[in-house]
Design a protein around this ligand. Structure first.
Ligand SMILES: [Ca+2]
Length: 394
């Protein structure tokens, strides 16, 4: 009897163990396409000047931080916009972002340090008065959590830009705690510098740096081109034209990069969480899955999705949905087009094959998506408004 009881006890423990493992399982695949009939976009706030990003501080405060290209960061807190900006860089960013004409310069990125709740450190990416790309470290005020400390900016990364366009601008901490920076190919058109395939140039790449081991930054020892001749050791991945938003799936750590095309093809690139880096995403030998300039692009990693000029002209990358409000979006990557307002979804089916569908046709100039602390997803209309993805009423 005792032996049988022991066996039953062990089996019970195994069952409980498996059941709890089941509960914690991350959804990485699905077969059905999500339906836009299950989703509505709720207007959260409006009246912004060139809004182009939204993120959160990861500090448990549930505040939203909305970034304006014209230099200000605004806080949405307890259901309302605060009247005073968290940060105002309008005096030091490119003047073009202060006007009304189209520009790719200005305040472009914001990322809170993974230990922001403890250290109060955050980073911005902007183009300065000379048009150079700058990543700077800032500190929150010690007396007011809704205000950055005046004069606390320290430039940690600076890169001269040969042309006004293609400044990339997205910055985000990876699951590894390193800061990733998207850098465009330098601009003009067709990549005149050959920056995409030139691994000696930081332009046309995603850079990965360690912001904790040096007053400015250090190179992680496992960056893919450390010790490799004619390659910059800050580069994580290359062959990119102008990544406009990348993100890490908060559940899996997989990375999604939206690369804006030149004349014909907009693309979504994927990098699994266990990647060692060094991927070549093909530009300017390739544009999407199509030969562009031709020539050699060793180990070209093609996109997981592309679309042509019939559907848009400038891709805006989003996020893999991991929130609770819209169950039908679980494990789906959403992204859109700035020119047409189309939103797409892509996901992996149970054979882990990529699938995609057009999802929603909007009238917005989609400048960004963004997540709050709970993983709920937002959309930013460059015309000045912020929306949240919610479940449609039954
Ligand atoms: Ca590519």
């Amino acid at each position: 009897m005792t032996a049988i009881r022991l066996i039953i006890f062990v089996l019970l423990l195994l069952f409980i163990g498996l059941a709890s493992a089941q509960d914690a399982e991350i959804v990485i695949s699905r077969d059905a396409a999500p339906s836009s009939a299950n989703v509505k976009l709720t207007l959260i706030a409006s009246g912004f000047n060139r809004p182009l990003y939204l993120t959160h501080a990861g500090d448990g405060s549930n505040r939203l931080f909305l970034v304006e290209q014209s230099g200000k960061v605004w806080i949405f807190k307890d259901g309302e916009m605060l009247s005073q900006p968290f940060l105002d860089l309008s005096a030091i960013i490119s003047r073009s972002a202060l006007g009304s004409g189209f520009t790719e310069q200005g305040l472009l990125g914001l990322a809170f340090h993974p230990q922001y709740a403890i250290n109060g450190i955050f980073y911005v990416n902007y183009t300065d008065r000379n048009g150079s790309t700058v990543v700077a470290r800032y500190q929150v005020s010690q007396s007011n959590p809704d205000l950055a400390a005046g004069g606390s900016g320290e430039i940690i990364f600076h890169l001269a830009q040969p042309y006004a366009n293609h400044n990339g601008g997205h910055i985000e901490f990876g699951p590894d705690g390193y800061l990733y920076i998207a850098l465009g190919d330098g601009g003009s058109a067709n990549d005149p510098l050959g920056a995409g395939q030139n691994r000696a140039l930081l332009l046309g790449s995603i850079v990965r740096i360690d912001v904790d081991s040096d007053p400015r930054y250090a190179i992680p020892e496992d960056n893919p081109f450390v010790g490799v001749a004619n390659a910059h050791d800050a580069i994580w991945a290359y062959g990119l034209r102008n990544v406009w938003r990348f993100s890490f799936d908060r559940a899996t750590g997989d990375m999604y990069m939206a690369d804006v095309g030149q004349n014909r093809w907009e693309e979504i690139n994927f990098q699994p969480a266990d990647s060692a880096g060094g991927e070549n995403y093909g530009w300017n030998v390739w544009e999407g899955n199509h030969i562009f300039a031709g020539g050699s692009a060793p180990n070209h990693v093609p996109p997981i999705f592309e679309y042509g000029r019939d559907m848009g002209c400038s891709v805006t990358g989003g996020n893999v949905y991991r929130g609770q409000a819209v169950p039908d979006l679980q494990a789906v990557y959403l992204f859109g087009d700035f020119c047409t307002g189309w939103i797409w979804t892509t996901w992996r089916d149970h054979d882990l094959q990529w699938r995609a569908s057009t999802f929603m046709n909007t009238t917005f100039e989609i400048s960004s998506f963004g997540e709050d602390e709970a993983g709920e997803l937002y959309l930013i209309d460059y015309a000045g408004a912020l929306y949240r993805f919610d479940a449609a009423e039954a």
